[in-house]
Design a protein around this ligand. Sequence first.
Ligand code: 1PR
Length: 547
Amino acid sequence: MRVSVLDYGAGNVRSLHNALVALGCEVEYLSTAEQITAASALIFPGVGAFGRCMEVLEARGFTQALKAYVAAGRPYLGICLGLQTLFEGSEESPGVAGLGIIPGIVGRFASGEGRSVPQIGWNGLRPLREHGLLDAIAPDDAVYFVHSFRVAPDARLAEWPLCETDYGEPYVSAVAKGAVSACQFHPEKSGAVGLRLLGNFLRLALGAEPSLTPPPATRAAAPPGGKTRFCKRVIACMDVRANDSGDLVVTKGDQYDVREKSNGGEVRNLGKPVALAERYYHEGADEITFLNITGFRDCPLTDMPMTQLIAEASKNIFVPLTVGGGIRAFTDSNGVSSTALQVADAYFRAGADKVSIGSDAVDVARAWLEKKELTGTSSIEAISRVYGRQAVVVSIDPRRRWVKTSEEAEGHALCDHSEHRARGPEGETLCWYECTVQGGRAGSGLDVVQVSQAVQALGAGEILLNCIDNDGQNDGYDIPLVRSVRQAVGIPVIASSGAGSAAHFDEVFKQTGVEAALAASIFHRNQVSIREVKELLMSTGVDVRQV
Ligand code: 1PR
């Protein structure tokens, strides 16, 4: 079974490649107009900006070839940007013409009413009619979306819309007409449901049976005609580093200290990263994060085991993978320099869907706060320009700084813990949160709200909000901290550090409104399973993806 994937030099096609290989396909990459003309089933994957994508298509002579391919009624599947480029244009890049196969202009999601933009996460599908692409996919089965722009329902779309989804407003989440189909979500990252959809496309396009038939999803259907439900994400995180024998292991800190108190102070070893990640995928993790916690020491381009780890994990895991650690400009011991974008490129090529920037983001935020000017050259700006804002996570490592009075905080954003558990050494209830760098080894003088707002302005798409004080304590998330950051930004926030029970997830979702919550130690030590977390959340009325 041979399928052709459009290679226009942008975005992460590795995830799609892996999903197609898992379905039994041989994947061919199309890099010339002639190859497009000769293809028999074409998939156009896409992440990144509309304008840049269209420029590349035009420069390579793909625009006309794609239009001719579609006009000839040959099988076509667009994914994400691959759906948007079918339209006449997008508010993302005013004045840039799309392929113009579907009438209309792609618009921007409005943020507000507690809804973050980009939409990052799992949401349902509301089929508008029957279609082979949706075979064995139940209404409201959850699939993975990452986007800031969307197609609004419009009478001019006529018979094109196939599914709608709701994210504050209804939008068109899949289109199909004749042999052309496209989806706004990422089937290659949508677990079993996504693999089914890709399998359906292959069946329709090639008349061939995929070698893998994933089981149907089991989410309870939404009421007929009702709105689709945006799910809260449950994320498993693995802190990875080399142990004293040089092997990459999953480790786990206690307030960021990863060495055993006994046992000669060895680095804690909680298992092999790829095996653990595969377990979490099958248990229902909505996303998996790998943080190379000593990445600030070595350039990841010379630390290839981390890229190999991502390449290995992405072969069998079909939910989004985030990788962090050492994403910054670097000059190695031989004097060879690489930019943060080159480091990120290596991770995306290996199969990462998002990169997470830690220490460098604090430096970049500081520079921005001084002048409030974009330079275009920072790691955040450079990576989000090429891969899109949704691919750039900023991981923040704040530590509490207790104060007796607000004056002592010297203008830093304060949190009040009087209604919560934590107390300062002298019973203080007020604190500000200092962002640290190098895994908590150094302070920055900047508070967590300043840094969060700065990185949002620079183009970060999501914030992974740790809390050094709560890390590994299993006593619950730091609610005042999470709430203050969630209220300060309009991009999604992932709460992290402190989960000790399923109830802690319920608490953080209900009390702060965050889109996602991450945990490490309870999952690694089998104290609570992802399934238990989701079952509790469902029983308390929190929408989650069932597997
Ligand atoms: O600075 O860009 O090289 O990135 C380094 C990355 O490594 C950062 O994202 C930073 O958060 C992370 N990191 C550095 N040192 C440590 C450490 O633990 N010594 N881990 C570290 C951060 C925090 C979470 C943890 C949660 C949940 N780990 O990832 O998984 O606190 O844990 P819990 O559920 O057990 O409480 P750069």
